[in-house]
Ligand binder design. Structure first.
Ligand code: UDP
Length: 314
């Protein structure tokens, strides 16, 4: 039975990956220090013999006694309010955490996958973003702590591949949503859902004309498995290329919730990217992957998940 170490295992993506790899016949060692992750996300796995949870800060030395076949490094605050609240921890997990997890992969002869981000492109001047675009990041702005940590993590991953021969993969994840996001994580999807379920006006930052492209978590997980199981080491953009403005997103979601759409306009966060859309030609060609879940279908699942956890009925 192969063994996978998943960092950020109690987070949104990490916990879905634990489920998927257990299902695919792996033994899973899940690590998290629970700064932004939640034990609720992995509670259902705690009785599973093939699953072990380790409360570990991955910026510290990681000791695993048994053989490891794959390391998936997903630990990091990932929502802008979270990484603004934990700027130094965000830099450390991207830098030191990537160093420690690469060290673990090297010691075990394991395959390593880095969860990088569309934020490496910053506020992009090229649209849509292809993997060969080098980005437009403000290193000293408030988002720099995440963007630069992930850029450094990519550089370190490539260095371990070139200098130590570690078998590495890099994925750049664009906006993803679905069950197990934190209702208060501050990202646009949980914010809008919470506001719609509680009858509050929807908070639009700036003029709401900025765009994002939203991928449902099940599609992303499938792509990640395919990246692990192929040989190319250069980065892959993973996301859904359907681009939508925040105003359109709010209208679509209000319609789904069956409520009137009322807006409250708030300041645009500093360095908030104006447009974001992945070019996924490389993933299509190499992985044979395209996202299959529409925004409506994915949102239905996501609304249902949050509704179950709300004390308030809409
Ligand atoms: N946003 C918004 N209202 C909210 C939360 C976010 O209009 O309540 C906007 C935000 O300014 C950004 C987009 O939605 O342009 C996506 O924000 P999110 O925090 O989800 O992640 P980002 O893509 O910026 O990393």
């Amino acid at each position: 039975m192969p063994t996978v170490v998943i960092t950020g295992a109690a987070g949104f993506l990490g916990s879905h990956l634990c489920d998927r790899f257990l299902n695919d016949g792996y033994r899973v060692i899940g690590m998290d220090n629970l700064i932004t992750g939640s034990p609720d996300n992995i509670e259902h796995l705690l009785g599973t013999p093939e699953f072990r949870f380790v409360n570990q800060d991955v910026t510290e030395f990681i000791y695993v006694s048994e053989p490891v076949d794959v390391v998936l490094h997903f630990a990091s605050p990932a929502s802008p309010p979270d990484y603004l609240k934990h700027p130094i921890k965000t830099l450390k997990v991207g830098a030191l955490g990537t160093h420690k997890t690469l060290g673990l992969a090297k010691a075990k002869g394991a395959k390593f996958l880095l969860a990088s981000t569309s934020e490496v492109y910053g506020d992009p001047q090229v649209h849509p973003q292809r993997e060969d675009y080098w980005g437009h990041v403000n290193p000293t702005g408030p988002r720099g702590v995440y963007d630069e940590a992930k850029r450094y993590a990519e550089a370190l991953t490539m260095a371990y591949n070139r200098a130590h021969g570690v078998d590495t993969r890099i994925i750049r994840i664009f906006n993803t949503y679905g069950p197990r996001m934190r209702l208060n994580d501050g990202r646009v999807v949980p914010n809008f859902i919470y506001q719609l379920l509680t009858g509050n006006p929807i908070s639009i930052y700036g003029d709401g004309e900025q765009t994002r492209s939203f991928c449902y978590v099940a599609d992303l997980v499938e792509a990640i498995v395919r990246v692990v199981n192929q040989d190319e080491i250069d980065p892959f953009n993973l996301g859904n290329p359907v681009e939508i403005s925040m105003l359109e997103l709010a209208q679509t979601m209000a319609k789904m919730a069956g409520t009137e759409c009322q807006f409250v306009y708030k300041d645009l966060p500093v360095d908030d990217p104006k447009r974001r859309q992945p070019d996924i030609s490389r993933a299509k060609e190499v992985l044979g992957w395209v996202p299959g879940v529409s925004l409506e279908e994915g949102m239905r699942e996501t609304f249902a998940y949050f509704k179950d956890r709300m004390p308030v009925t809409p």
